[in-house]
Design a protein around this ligand. Structure first.
Ligand code: PBG
Length: 332
């Protein structure tokens, strides 16, 4: 190295050497597929801003999970679209609500699939915020501690239905600890928590909010999700969740936050996950539809870059498709 006679291209020219020297891999079992479940039967409603993604009723969700399992993907994360919404998000803690129903059906029909659940109130509140509201000095704010109590209950309800992992995405302070205590007290000490520890108030969630029917009806989420101009706060958030008992630490979104991810990789020994979110998916899909970029190439490059930055797991809407592409590459 540094010798003027050295030519880096010598190791690029040979396809075998290129393969031997790859420093990161991307495998189907590192991918987790997000799915949206809604009431009804036979429902498979396309999500306009996320081509190839659907809101599924429980029966169709089970079919979809079987198909996904066949690709080699081993994990799902569920988002619920409930029958009804109210200010407290009470449909989210109903033991016969949409997510508990879906979890029970999946664990019965596709037991080989790891089922994770998103724990948050935004899908269940009529105002679309991630928690219960309170009034403070004449304005509506999300009441942290009241919300934490509801989230802990939601995690119990999901675990009772059979969820393998619970994943709080609300960004309330202290929720990981409260969920850990609630699960332990209820006999679910074995259920891991994948915490959305480092979640920025991102524009890249736009398509998801259509998919989950969860846009905030007033204001925005900047009072609880992180400001993207701050990087060091990621370390504070991750460290807190480690102390509170998280098992997996997540960074979200992914591509615009690879510096954050790689910084945490140096400091956190726990497994790291990254969420390649709806807007990141939609951008690739939209440009590929216009013929402006190659979908397969850009998707696999993006997911590999997220692994290179330090993610053990990647939540991505490309999961089953990427698994198929990877299989095709292996069979050459
Ligand atoms: C909140 C939640 C959101 C996402 C996952 N969990 C939306 C938000 O915070 O507004 C976004 C995921 C995506 O954009 O793909 N429950």
């Amino acid at each position: 190295m540094g010798d003027p006679l050295y030519r880096p291209r010598r190791l690029r020219d040979n396809v075998i050497l290129r393969q031997m020297l790859a420093e990161v891999d991307l495998r189907a079992d590192q991918l987790i597929m997000p799915l949206f479940v809604r009431p009804g039967r036979g429902q498979r409603r396309p999500i306009g801003s996320m081509p190839g993604q659907f809101q599924l009723s429980v029966d169709m969700l089970v079919e979809e999970a079987r198909r996904i399992a066949d690709t080699g993907v081993r994990g799902l994360i569920l988002f619920g679209i409930p029958e009804s919404k109210d200010a407290e998000g009470s449909s989210g803690i109903d033991p016969s609500g949409i997510v508990p129903q879906a979890v029970a059906a999946l664990k019965q029909a596709v037991p080989q699939m790891l089922v994770m659940t998103d724990v948050c109130l935004c899908e269940y509140t009529d105002h679309g915020h991630c928690g219960v509201l309170a009034e403070r000095e004449g304005r509506q704010v999300v009441d942290n501690d009241h919300t934490v109590d509801v989230l802990a209950r939601m995690a119990q309800v999901h675990a009772q239905a059979g969820a393998d992992v619970v994943a709080p995405s609300d960004m309330m302070d202290g929720r990981v600890r409260a969920i850990r205590l609630a699960l332990d007290a209820d006999g679910y000490g074995h259920v891991p928590i994948m915490a959305y520890s480092v979640k920025y108030a991102s524009n890249f969630y736009g398509p998801f909010r259509e998919a989950a029917e969860s846009p905030p009806q007033f204001g925005d989420r900047r009072g609880y999700q992180m400001d993207w101009r701050r990087r060091r706060e990621a370390e504070t958030e991750a460290a807190l969740d480690v102390i509170e008992g998280a098992d997996i630490i997540m960074v979200k979104p992914a591509m615009a936050y690879l510096d954050v991810l790689s910084g945490l990789r140096q400091r956190i020994a726990l497994p790291l996950a990254a969420y390649h979110v709806s807007g990141e998916y939609a951008m690739i899909k939209a440009a590929a539809e216009r013929g402006w970029i190659d979908e397969r190439g850009t998707a696999l490059e993006s997911l590999t870059a997220i692994r290179r930055a330090g993610a053990d797991l990647i939540l991505t809407y490309f999961a089953p498709q990427a698994a198929e592409w990877l299989r095709e590459e292996r069979s050459g």
